[in-house]
Design a protein around this ligand. Structure first.
Ligand code: GDP
Length: 265
């Protein structure tokens, strides 16, 4: 039976499963399971210290950005159901790199996930911070195959000045159709009132963007976030929306030399 068969004519198809009182999703829908399966295929492709070192791919790319300690690595690991995928990004020498992962079945990669370095970490020297703001802004403005950005934010701190700078950089591309999702991480640390308030504030600050609560600890919002991102790339029947499937991408090791010594994030 088609998942939309029981829907009333003028209602959008129901894509996301209801959450229980603790924010956990009881049962994932068929679409959510498919999206989660897709995320699970993530595998390391390459790492680059500079935007111009990134390989050019004719595949839709989705970037994960956020302040250091916002929960970005944990979120990527939970979404991909792999314990160490994003923590590999934290190994010395790679902390200030853009790390790329392929998504889709082996031999049929259909998207790329880009893990951008966390920003705002106090112990990073000022010169590195400035260099990284430039690399990040350059990436967000000019990466041709970038189709969506996921901004991770710890709602107890809210969107900070650095997040605002990033929103300003992104705004023109969002207006041109770039997809944008804010995930409020560590939602398990909020009570219901705090969660509602955090959602409203983040919606306002992101100019009405899509905002969701996310808890890696309780697996809250995992299925829904997977589905939202899957929908950015695929049509409802699973075909790729944006560009043709390209032959398998080959993983490469750290092929790019760092221009400057990386400092720990
Ligand atoms: P990153 O610097 O943005 O990659 O952040 P990490 O993923 O390393 O997370 C920073 C800290 O937040 C770690 O101590 C994580 O264990 C913790 N954390 C991440 N996600 C959650 C969550 O959903 N709930 C709670 N309670 N802690 C979390």
């Amino acid at each position: 039976m088609s998942p939309t068969q029981n829907q009333k004519p003028n209602q959008p198809p129901k894509r996301h499963s209801p959450e229980d009182s603790k924010g956990r999703t009881a049962l994932e829908s068929k679409e959510e399971k498919e999206a989660m399966g897709w995320f699970h295929t993530a595998r390391f492709l390459t790492t680059a210290a500079q935007m111009h070192h990134l390989p050019a791919y004719d595949l839709p790319e989705i970037a994960f950005v956020g302040r250091s300690n916002a929960g970005k690595s944990t979120c990527i690991n939970v979404l991909t159901q792999q314990k160490k995928l994003a923590y590999a990004s934290k190994t010395p020498g790679r902390t200030q790199h853009i790390n790329l992962f392929a998504l889709g079945r082996q031999g049929q990669s259909d998207a790329v996930l880009a893990d951008l370095p966390g920003y705002g970490y106090a112990a990073v020297p000022k010169s590195d911070k400035i260099r990284w703001q430039q690399v990040m802004a350059n990436y967000l403005i000019s990466r041709p195959n970038l189709i969506g950005v996921v901004l991770l934010c710890d709602p107890r701190h809210g969107l900070t000045e650095l997040d605002d700078i990033l929103l300003d950089v992104l705004r023109p591309r969002v207006e041109e159709g770039l997809k944008f999702l804010v995930l409020l991480t560590k939602a398990d640390k909020l009570n219901k009132t705090e969660a509602t308030k955090a959602l409203s504030i983040a919606k306002l600050q992101s100019s009405g963007g899509v905002v969701r609560l996310f808890s890696a600890l309780k697996k809250q919002g995992v299925a829904e976030a997977s589905q939202i991102i899957w929908d950015w790339v695929h049509t409802p029947d699973g075909a790729i929306k944006v560009s043709p499937v390209q032959p398998e991408l080959e993983a490469s090791q750290d092929i790019f030399e760092d221009d400057e010594p990386a400092s720990e994030d």
